[in-house]
Design a protein around this ligand. Structure first.
Ligand code: NAP
Ligand code: FER
Length: 335
């Protein structure tokens, strides 16, 4: 008899989450009711936004309550279906939650084409992070050939793709990441022009002046904090800042007050815009088509880092927040 395993929120973390903030519950595998499909989950994704979901703060979605299933995306194989849109054997992607099986009416789920790429990529380059890089750089950042693009969080799921799309656009691309081997991956394998490790460089502004001799035209911000302070100070006139995330503050119980940098916006006529990938929902087909085309043409590379087994989901989530991942962090749950 197969068992159903599901991770629920046990308590709200303060600072960096701990495994004890989550609890594994087991029971019988659910059945597909009328209109539903039942999928066995193959891969679960762990993403920075989940840190926000487990805070007790209002947002675009209500927080996960104590005792509720942890929210998150997954890829599964349909094993039974009473829904005419899905058949056993189909590979599907959707907000499955952190569990081994999901019974769902299929709303918000899409079928994944296994001939395009390994199906795990539906949670990375050919999924939400890929779309975030595509729209966040091209639409929000508006890079032009010959300009300089700076990316923070550069060796992660989103950042590693942003830099490569910047190269496709004809820009000089500089990345900031938290380890020397991550920086080597960016420059030696992904084609970034330069990268530096923010954990070993003390003077970010001096380093940016060295690596961006023509200044910064587009800053794709994944992290915020002191890295972003330095980037703002080195922006060119009419520079654009695409604010994708602020991960350096996600574990903070109270927001930081940063240095006041807005006069740079006056003098350099900067524009900063935050965005959510969901803003581009109507254009997801375009984004996925373009990312898949660049992937098949060899213009984009990606890396996935796996942990294994449903038991490991909270550990993988914490590892991602700590920066232990290069590329997309995933958990393989079943074969
Ligand atoms: P990711 O980059 O694959 O993983 C998170 C990375 O953040 C870690 O590997 C770590 O790398 C870095 N990090 C952790 N703490 C940090 C700190 N204090 N300062 C600087 N870097 C830190 O995750 P992702 O899924 O691609 O997400 C990246 C960013 O995009 C996040 O801010 C996320 O919230 C945002 N995002 C936004 C949207 C949207 O719709 N706006 C959608 C998806 C993602 P290091 O080794 O470099 O520290
Ligand atoms: C993310 C960070 C924040 C993200 C979404 C949000 C999809 C949304 C936050 C909110 O509405 O409060 O990485 O990815």
């Amino acid at each position: 008899m197969a068992t159903h395993s599901r991770w629920v929120l046990a308590s709200r973390p303060s600072g960096m989450p701990e495994e004890a903030n989550f609890r594994l519950e087991q029971g019988p595998v659910p059945e597909a009711k009328q209109g539903e499909l039942l999928a066995e989950i193959l891969y679960l994704t762990v993403d920075p936004y989940m840190r926000g979901r487990i805070k007790n703060a209002a947002s675009y979605a209500k927080p996960v309550e104590i005792g509720e299933l942890m929210q998150g995306g997954g890829v599964g194989r349909v094993i039974a279906s009473n829904n005419p849109k899905f058949a056993p054997g189909d590979i599907v992607e959707g907000m499955t939650g952190w569990q081994s099986h999901v019974a769902t009416d299929g709303k918000g789920y899409r079928k994944v084409d296994p001939s395009l790429a390994p199906v795990s990529t539906a949670l990375g380059i050919l999924g939400m992070p890929g779309l975030t890089a595509y729209f966040g750089l091209l639409d929000v950042g508006q890079p032009k050939a010959g300009e300089t693009v700076l990316v923070s969080g550069a060796a992660g799921a989103v950042g590693s793709l942003v830099g490569q799309i910047g190269k496709i656009t004809g820009c000089r691309v500089v990345g900031i990441a938290g380890a020397d081997d991550k920086c080597r991956w960016l420059t030696e394998e992904l084609g970034f022009d330069a990268a530096f490790n923010y954990k070993t460089v003390a003077d970010y502004r001096a380093k940016l002046r060295e690596l961006c001799p023509n200044g910064i035209d587009v800053y794709f911000d994944n992290v915020g904090g002191t890295i972003t302070d330095a980037a703002i100070a080195e922006m060119n006139q009419f520079g654009r800042i695409s604010i994708c995330g602020q991960i350096s503050g996600y574990n903070a119980d109270k927001p930081e007050t940063g240095p006041r940098l807005l006069f740079h916006f006056v003098v350099r006529r900067l524009r900063a815009q935050g965005f959510l990938v969901f803003d581009f929902f109507d254009r997801y087909p375009e984004g996925l088509r373009q990312m898949a085309a660049w992937l098949s043409e060899g213009k984009l590379k990606y890396r996935e880092q796996f942990d294994y087994g449903i038991e490991r989901v909270p550990a993988a989530f914490i590892a991602m927040l700590e920066g232990q991942n290069t590329g997309k962090m995933l958990v393989k749950v079943a074969d």
